[in-house]
Design a protein around this ligand. Sequence first.
Ligand code: SF4
Ligand code: SF4
Length: 263
Amino acid sequence: MKTIVFYYSGTGNSLWSARLLAERLDEAIVRPMKGADALAAGDAEAVGFVFPVHIWGVPGPVAAFVEKLSLRPDAYLFALAVNAGQVARTLVQLREMLARRGLTLAAGFDIVLPSNYIPWGGPGPLERRQARIDAARVKIAAAAERIAARATGPVETGPLWQRVVFTAMYKLSFGQVHKMDKDFWCDERCDGCGVCARVCPAGNIEMKKDRPAWRHRCEQCLACIQWCPRQAIQFGRKTPGYERYHHPEVTLRDMLAAGSGER
Ligand code: SF4
Ligand code: SF4
C-alpha cells in the first residue's frame, strides 16, 4: 500500500476530513489511530495524521500514537489539524514530536470545520456550518494535490497571538484534561443504551446501573455528549440549551466501527 491516512475523531470532523483526503490520493487507505495493527505503517510510502486540535494543541492520544508508530525512515509525512479557527501552534508541535524521532513532517494543513466544543456553546447557524464544510472540502482537495506531489514546506499556524497565548494555555491545561469529566452528568432522558460508553475513544465511561459513570481519564473529545441519541448527557449547567453537533456526513455507525477497529 502506498499511503495510510490515520485519524483520531470524536464527532466525525476528522474522520470526514481523512476520508475525503484519502479519496483524492492514489492507493490510500484510512485507519483509526487505534489498535496494535495500526502501529505498523512500516511499508507505507506516505503517512498522514488527521486529528482535532484539543485545548489548542495535539491531543494526548495522538501524541502517544505518533510516539509508538513504526515508520519507514524515508516516509513522506503529512497532517491535517482540524479545528474551529484556533489551530495555534498545533502543527509545529507535531513537527517537533516527529523531529525528536528523526522524522520530518513535510506538510501540515489547518482545516476549519464547525465547533464541537459544546461546553462553550453550540455549533452555530446552519449556513455558517455549511460554509465551513464547503471551504474545508476545497482546502482538502488542494492539500491532496500538494501531498500527491510530495510537496514540502512550513506547516500552517495561527497568528502570533494564538501561538503565544494558546500554547501557554495548552501547557497549563494539558495535565488537567483527564479530570475535566467531573462536569459531565446525565439527565432523566437516559435510557441506558450504552452508546456513550461505546463511542468513547478513551474507554472512560462505565455503565453503572444503566447510567454512565465517567472514570477521570477523559480526553475531552466530546463524543459522548454529542452522540447520545437522547441528548441526555450534560456538561455543567448550560448544555441543556445548546444544540448537539456531529459532522453531517458521518454516522454513529461509522464512529462505532472506528472504535471497534473495523474499517
Ligand atoms: S448514550 Fe445517552 S441515553 Fe445512552 S446510556 Fe449514554 S447517556 Fe444514557
Ligand atoms: S468521556 Fe466523553 S469527552 Fe471524555 S474521552 Fe470519552 S467520549 Fe470523549
